[in-house]
Design a binder for this molecule. Structure first.
Ligand SMILES: Cc1cc2nc3c(=O)[nH]c(=O)nc-3n(C[C@H](O)[C@H](O)[C@H](O)COP(=O)(O)OP(=O)(O)OC[C@H]3O[C@@H](n4cnc5c(N)ncnc54)[C@H](O)[C@@H]3O)c2cc1C
Length: 382
């Protein structure tokens, strides 16, 4: 073991410096030698900086799913981390609303699901209580989730990076993992560096936290993304989520809490909602739109969804006008779910030192520290 160890560069190589890869590096670095490879020049440039920044409570999926367990645990861990590391956040609280009487049974069912999941403090509100919390909001009914909040994603990632570095993790930006193979003592990770030069890293374990690209990185090791005797299916299909910013200041000052409709019936998304960021800016979104296979993932907003957002936004602002909206950010959900198919759980799959993190869409930001602990457990580093 000792001689084997000496031939390895590190104990764990993490691919991808989004919020999940960074959390894994931060949790593992005090326990073993970690290298983190990121293809871009810095961290968090993909999904981890193109999302609602919401700390979710764990309402939307069945109690025994990883998406639920890791979200409920991750919510608690994230608030603790943010407080301990000075990361900006606010426990704003969130209202989930029924827009009409016929949505009330589904609203009650969602609250029951949330309670069963262990989301703390959920409470059905009377019309008077809704009016006290949000005097401008019109709805047929609502429940309140006090543990929902918002976090500064970039600040969170910076703190995770600093923690990993403080414990000696090697952080390699502009290093793209281009090959993976099993080798004596673990794995060889081939990478392409900043000037196009190629190199290799020997590691006992690999954590694939490549987000949207996790299926491609998994395939480097010889697994079949469509599943087979050696591995479960992990091919991603992409679903775009666009936002529009509410630029009318008067309207943007009306609501003080996160306000969500009921989720899409196919659970592709949580429904176009009112998001508030830490600077007080208000955003509507994200919508859901399946992309054809092979379509490019373009993070620019082409402003083609304004009409749809006007309709959805009038649930919260009945007098919303086209000029109140400006195109906002765009994110992509790496889905294991298929168009028209049932929702799928996170895929966290371990095979002899390789950990695959597939389908890490929402609530991946909320769950990042819980995912990291789970991964540490799988690698015997808990
Ligand atoms: C529209 C939208 C809204 C969302 N809102 C929320 C929310 O409010 N709350 C919440 O909890 N979650 C939310 N999420 C989910 C959350 O954003 C993601 O789950 C989370 O950011 C995933 O982080 P990640 O580290 O897995 O992936 P990413 O942030 O995508 O990071 C993956 C990294 O891997 C790198 N990489 C890829 N391939 C390679 C390679 N070969 N070599 C080296 N590096 C590589 C990429 O460059 C990237 O930096 C939302 C997601 C979307 C799309």
């Amino acid at each position: 073991m000792a001689s084997q160890r000496s031939t390895l560069d590190v104990d764990v190589a993490v691919v991808g410096a989004g919020v999940v890869g960074l959390a894994v590096a931060a949790i593992l670095a005090p326990r073993c030698r970690v290298a983190l490879l990121e293809r871009h020049h810095t961290y968090g440039l993909e999904n981890s900086s193109h999302n609602s920044g919401v700390i979710h409570a764990g309402l939307y999926f069945p109690a025994d799913w990883l998406k639920t367990r890791l979200c409920v645990e991750g919510n608690r861990l994230l608030y603790q981390w943010a407080e301990a590391h000075g990361v900006r956040h606010r426990r704003l609280g969130k209202l989930v609303i029924a827009r009409s009487e016929d949505e009330l049974p589904a609203l009650e069912a969602l609250m029951r699901q949330g309670r069963e999941n262990g989301a703390p403090g959920l409470e059905m509100l009377s019309p008077g209580e809704v009016a006290r919390l949000e005097p401008h909001l019109r709805c047929a009914g609502a429940f309140f989730s006090p543990s929902s909040g918002i976090v500064d994603q970039m600040g969170l990632m910076r703190s995770l990076l600093q923690e990993a570095q403080a414990h000696g993790a090697l952080i390699a930006f502009r290093h793209e993992a281009v090959g993976l193979e099993r080798a004596e003592g673990g794995f060889r990770v081939a990478y392409r560096g900043p000037d196009g030069e190629e190199g290799e890293l020997a590691t006992a374990a690999v954590v694939n936290a490549a987000g949207l690209q996790a299926d491609r990185v998994g395939a480097l090791l010889g697994y079949d993304p469509d599943g087979g005797p050696a591995n479960p299916p992990f091919r991603h299909r992409f679903n775009r989520g666009r936002y529009y910013d509410l630029v009318d200041r008067e309207k943007a000052s009306r609501l003080r809490h996160l306000v969500y409709p009921l989720p899409n019936s196919d659970r592709t998304g949580a429904g176009v909602h009112v998001g508030i960021d830490l600077d007080g800016n208000v955003h509507l979104g994200p919508d859901t739109e399946w992309l054809p296979d092979g379509a490019p993932l373009d993070f620019r907003n082409d402003d083609s969804a304004r009409e749809r957002f006007l309709q959805a936004g009038r649930a919260f602002y009945p007098d919303l006008r086209p000029e109140d909206l400006a195109p906002g950010q765009v994110g992509y959900r790496p889905k294991l779910q298929r168009p028209g198919g049932p929702p799928q759980d996170f895929l966290i799959w371990h095979d002899r030192g390789y950990v695959h993190l597939g389908g890490i869409e929402s609530p991946g930001l909320t769950s990042c520290l819980a995912i990291a602990r789970h991964v540490a457990g799988l690698l015997g580093r808990a």
